[in-house]
Design a protein around this ligand. Sequence first.
Ligand code: PEP
Ligand code: MG
Length: 479
Amino acid sequence: MTRRPLGDATTQEILDALLIILEDPELQEMARPHLESGADAPTGLFAALDEFAELMGDDEDFQSRVADLRGIAARISAWIRGLAAGPGIPAEGTWIIVAEDLTPLETSQFGDSVVGVITELGGPTSHTAIICRALGIPALVSATGAMTLEQGSSILVDPEGNRAVVGGELSSATTAISFIAQADAPLITVRANIGGLADAEKAAETAARGVGLFRTEVLYLSSSTMPSVDEQATLYTDVLKAAPAGKIIIRTIDAGSDKPVPFLSIPREDNPALGVRGFRLTAEHLDFQRSQLTAIAQAIDATGRDVGVMAPMVSTVSEVREFAALCDEAGITQVGIMIETPAIVPVMADLEGLLSFVSIGTNDLSQYLFAADRMHPHLGALNDPWQPGLLRTVAAIAESARALTIPVGVCGESAANPLLSIVFAGLGIDSVSVAPSAVDAVSTALRAVDSATATEAAKRALAASTPNDAEAAVRALFA
Ligand code: PEP
Ligand code: MG
């Protein structure tokens, strides 16, 4: 694995989102009385964060965000006071970091001397897991008992085998499957997930055949004023021009919950993942939804690219009808939806004639299927994409899409796992879409297998009753 430079796009995005909260005028207002009564800036900031956290009550998602913010505040505080802060990890030698959990800032600052990370908490879509993947650091999250490991011991971090072995030798690490490409093209199409122009350019340097998910909200995570149609059209046009050859799927804005978009002024909610987010924002923000679709239509006209547009977080047939009507009004012909809520799955047969494609967002689909917050530090195991409950739901979705005779993709983090991408191919999924950094590995795996092998992998995964059994049964196929 090659180590990517610190400050890569993924890490930057996560830290930018935290900085937006740190710059929240409401938070600054809370700090003001402390500053006026003589507290210095760091003390005022910590006091405001405490009050902010109290106001948010027990919302786990928000509390973990506040913990991340405290991590940043501690750095600011140390900097102002001229103290050396930070993980204090020597730049020399090789170190495995063991922690209950890590903030995004801590994780992003690991240098070359950090060769492994083990955390007791966190899940496959936690910030620690995502940033370590981006930095090329082997990481084990949700590792029960990690905090009992002793300082100074030698530990084998074996993410491939999903284990840590005290005193283990590198030679006993689970061998990563090295797929040898046989065919010229992958068994199913591999596209890239992007959040803006830089990602589109990066994706164009990979084997990606187009874009399977353009997360448009990423463009607006720090925008306090609503962009005009012209401004949006210019941005989308630039992205469409830079994106790799092939179909491009643009997702309309998926704000709310963990994705703040300041100009939409989304009120704070007790349970934001179950609140007004994704397509539900249309009721309050119809003008923006219309302006976005108009701008996308203009970008399609300007570039002549083959573009589908999909809505996030739909759960009823009426919402799909409403979205299809809005697309029609804007002149968009290829209309799709993300399959992210369990409720839309059993009614897919009723979508006949409304859609050109669907795309499965396994990150949210897991969260809602298992009633387990995708960022919850204690519930990582439920968000494991090898969970039979998820895999069998993906199989049912593939079957429904086949009955509708429309293509179905997977664009959640799960598809970036080469073994799972093979399982998805065997389940009848037509395309996967993954971060640019994972495109080449997934493409190679899908060029190494034929459809009979993928079908067998899917059969084995569906027969298992636990995530570990599912993964082991599929892995054994390639041993
Ligand atoms: C998903 O939910 O799987 C998905 C791709 O959407 P996001 O991660 O942007 O919520
Ligand atoms: Mg989602």
